[in-house]
Ligand binder design. Sequence first.
Ligand SMILES: Cc1cc2nc3c(=O)[nH]c(=O)nc-3n(C[C@H](O)[C@H](O)[C@H](O)COP(=O)(O)OP(=O)(O)OC[C@H]3O[C@@H](n4cnc5c(N)ncnc54)[C@H](O)[C@@H]3O)c2cc1C
Length: 382
Amino acid sequence: MDFSLSEEQEMFRRAVRDFCQKELKPYAAEVDRTGELRWDAIRKMPSLGLTGLQVPEEYGGADLDSVSTAIAIEEIGRVCGSTGLSIAAHNGLCCWPIVKWGTDEQKSRWLPRLTSGDALGSLALTEPNAGSDLRGVRTTARRDGDEWVINGQKAWITNPRYAPVIIVFCRTDPEGGKHGFSMIVVEPDREGVTLHPPEKKMGVRGSPTQMITFDNVRVPVDNLLGEEGRGLYQTLETLDGGRIGIGALSVGLAQAALEETVRYARERKAFGRPIADFQAIQWMVADVATGIEAARLLVYQAAWLKDAGKPYTRQAAQAKLLASEVAERAAYVAIQVHGSYGYSQEYPVERIYRDQRLMAIGEGTSEIQRLVIARRVFKELQ
Ligand SMILES: Cc1cc2nc3c(=O)[nH]c(=O)nc-3n(C[C@H](O)[C@H](O)[C@H](O)COP(=O)(O)OP(=O)(O)OC[C@H]3O[C@@H](n4cnc5c(N)ncnc54)[C@H](O)[C@@H]3O)c2cc1C
């Protein structure tokens, strides 16, 4: 067994880290405060492949493996949770399904714009009354000649204001049960699409989250992505990969919290010495560092399994579950070690605390991850 990253993966991490230190980290507080991503940085991302991590090169992507993809998301998350979420969603939830199920014509139509650095894509699953329960989705797509007619509402969608295309999870056969859903690509400039104002959120404030209404929106039949009736299965597969991304983002946020904790503990003095000298502080640091190591290994293992073509549903859910809980603990410890200063917006740990909170909710709550894991465990141990 070999746990080391390849030379290319190490080099890629260094390049992404340098980029993030220069282009994202100094602006992270501003992104959070203004609720706007830093487009000057995103426009430069294609040179590193960050806007098309797993997209083939002929469509402007970097065609990277899943471990490198996780490394990229981790590094972005380490400096800016908002940018990390938008880039993770763009790559994992929008580009990836198009690469996986798109026809050559669809890939040529949509991917070059998505990888250009001028846009970010979306996947719209959640509705005001259906999140965890995807089969409760009510948005419909009805066939009318050469078109789909879409009606319904999606909620909590990442990136739609920057998206040239939104993949919409629709009910295409009301009687079809789990075979009654499909993925349909909608360009948001079509008549009948309304993007609502961005949600006012606790964290990841720079990443836009919006409700979308579809009112008799017509798209050509060839905007169907993948197979009609296979939308639920395609979505679950997409979410498996997306969970590696959220796991990686959580590891990045946790790592940032740990680094801030250690830096502050060395500087801050109490009772005549740096608080880093106190065992109570050292134990918290030790536990967080151990959690991060375990979470990172689970994330990389899930990514490695995905690349090896082996089943990874359970491992992706475990990686996301553990990494999000580790990030929560790391952010808690960071604030605790900073004392009152941790509670202030002057220090980044306050933002990290708010940003990481999403990780146990988005792309499947921790409760849903536990359901996925338990289902697999009971099956595997029959
Ligand atoms: C910032 C942000 C960005 C997002 N981006 C996107 C996006 O790009 N695309 C998208 O489609 N969605 C997106 N979402 C939505 C997110 O994926 C959902 O909020 C999430 O899946 C949970 O759904 P819900 O909010 O409807 O909660 P619910 O499903 O209503 O769950 C409420 C509570 O009940 C629990 N629960 C539900 N069912 C069970 C069960 N069977 N067993 C045990 N507990 C259960 C849940 O764990 C949770 O604690 C985003 C959300 C946020 C906040």
